[in-house]
Each structure stands twice: as C-alpha cells, then as structure tokens.
Design a protein around this ligand. Sequence first.
Ligand SMILES: NC(=O)c1ccc[n+]([C@@H]2O[C@H](COP(=O)([O-])OP(=O)(O)OC[C@H]3O[C@@H](n4cnc5c(N)ncnc54)[C@H](OP(=O)(O)O)[C@@H]3O)[C@@H](O)[C@H]2O)c1
Length: 330
Amino acid sequence: MPQIIRWGILGAGRIARKFASDLSLVSDAQLVAVGSRNKTTCDAFADDFNIPNRYHSYEELVSNPEVDIIYIATPHMLHYENTLLCLEHGKAVLCEKPFAMNARQVKAMVAKAQEKKLFLMEALWSKFLPQFIKVQQMIKEGMIGQITSIRADFGFTTTEPEPARLYDPALGGGSLLDIGIYPVFVALSLLGKPDVIQATMTPTRSGVDEQCLVSFTYKNGAVAQLFSTISGNTAVEADITGRDGRIRMTNRFHNLTANLEYSGGNAETQKIGVDKDSSGFGYQYEARHAGDCLRQGLPESPVMSHQDSIDLIETLDAIRKAAGIQYQWD
Ligand SMILES: NC(=O)c1ccc[n+]([C@@H]2O[C@H](COP(=O)([O-])OP(=O)(O)OC[C@H]3O[C@@H](n4cnc5c(N)ncnc54)[C@H](OP(=O)(O)O)[C@@H]3O)[C@@H](O)[C@H]2O)c1
C-alpha cells in the first residue's frame, strides 16, 4: 500500500462535504476521485475540493485503479449495495453509519470483505475522537469505579420541508438509525451488549420513528437510558455514572466540540482537558485511522472492528423489534 492513501468519495451530499474538508487535514491522504449520480452536483463538489477525477456514476468511480479506499456517504439503505459494489471492484471501504439496514446486510458485507481480503470499516467517527478515548481511559483507570448507569440523548428539530432522508421510510428514515445510534454506541462501547432491551417509539406521519426511547439492563445491575428525537433540540449529552464518580460529555457529546466534566466522590466537578485538533469537524481522526490500517495491511480496524459493527446493528435490530420500527428490508 502506498504511503499516501488515495481516497474516493461515493455520493456527494452533506456529510461527504464535511468529510472531504477534513480529509485535507490528513497529511498522508489525497482525495483523488468523486462519484455522484448528478453531473452538476459532482462537478461542483470536484471543483470545491480540487478533485482531479470526477465521475457521474458510482460504477465509474469504483473502476478507477488509482483509488485505494472509498468513503460511502449515501443514505442508509444504499450502504449495503454500495459497499458490495466497491468490494467487488477491489476497493477498501469506509462506510457511513448505520453500516446497513440490518444485521443480515452487515454480515454479508463483512463476509464479502473477508472473501476479497479488503479493509472494511463503519465510519463511527465519534469512537475515534480524543474525548471519547479519554473517557475510556478514565474508566479504565478506575476514576468512576464500576459503571452503574449511562444516560445519553440526541435530538434536533428539522425545518420545513421535512428532509426526505430523515422522514421517508424508503430511504431508511427515522431517529434511531440516524442519531439514536450514537447513544447506543456509547452504551455498547462502555458496557457491552445488554441482557435486556426495552424500547418504545412515537411515529411521524410517514411512519418512521420520530422519537425513540430505549432502556438497557445488564446482569451486573447496570442500566442505560438512551433517547433520540427529530422533533426537538435536546441536551445531546452523555452522563456516565459509576459507584465512585461521574463523567459528563457535554453538548454535543459525539462531536469534537464536546467537553468533559468529572466529579469523583464528594469533590467538586472539574473540567477535564483533552488535546485535540484546533480545526476540522472531527472526521479527520477516523480517516487517519483507516489510512493507518491500510498501510499496515489490516483487514479490519482494531478500534471499530467487524464484530463491533455486528454488535451495534444486532442491538439496533433488537431495539427496532421492541419498539416496532420496521423497514422493507427486514
Ligand atoms: N458521521 C456523521 O456525522 C454523519 C452526519 C450526517 C449523516 N451521516 C450519514 O451519512 C449518510 C448520508 O447522509 P447525508 O446527510 O450526507 O445525506 P444527503 O445530504 O442526502 O446525501 C446523500 C447523498 O447520497 C446520494 N444518493 C444516492 N442515491 C440517493 C437517493 N436515492 N436519495 C438521496 N440521495 C441519494 C446523493 O449523492 P449524489 O447525488 O452525489 O450521488 C446524496 O447527495 C447517512 O447514512 C447518514 O446516516 C453521518
């Protein structure tokens, strides 16, 4: 694998723009190609990010021999087929979250990557951010003792007209898969898969989950309360409480901008400093990691492994079953 990792982007929407911008902060990465269904969108994207190769179809993008890895930034329901397309053409893949619509699709993606001996990773970017790594380190050092509860929420409001990607069931819309995945990921990363899952949702007019309320219970007595909504600006914070202390990840807990507050025993709450990049949205961390994995010839990430993605989607499947959230791919 060359020292400079050559990236392609598949789907030139909103998150693709942020990722492309952050890729410019990664010294050993080069954005060499973009593929879009739409010529005007594609040309504007390629011009804005100075990308030498622009393709008006995803098939042409994946056929470019100069591309090492493709970042997939299409709506959820396309992640499965887009990932298979890339892998079939010999490309490593970093695919947006949720990795696919259900565990069956994720397992097929992982099996294809293993068959083709190609790197594949879910773009669960928050797991690579310095403050989340710091939280894990603080817990490992025993600063809060055994975790007894986690509470995390993610909610925002949308403006009219309702964005199709969030409201249309045919695009995999709904709060859980789009943003509820972040509170779920925090609980899974820190407590593991729960023993009992309870969930309820309230639907939009289109039938997708507007709000989703989830509770996890663990055999050791720990619990997690997780919430997502696309109908209100919630705190977007995560509280991790242990027998000896508490860590609060402030608004927006999954972003590079989040701060950490710590209280141990009866001591006053203190801010915990974290070294982080002074610019970028935070997608540069996952991009650097994916590049490092490619250079080392790793088939999967040691941080966001295939099993981590399977655990995450299986948990989301179980939440959907409990809450009654269904899609045509079930
Ligand atoms: N990591 C994060 O922080 C983060 C944030 C937001 C979203 N996401 C994830 O990224 C993915 C894309 O989200 P987004 O907000 O960027 O969406 P978006 O702005 O709607 O962009 C999605 C792009 O996918 C392509 N596409 C292909 N088939 C499509 C179809 N049938 N309908 C609509 N678009 C189609 C389009 O690009 P072309 O026309 O150029 O082909 C479109 O611009 C989602 O899975 C979401 O969960 C992640």
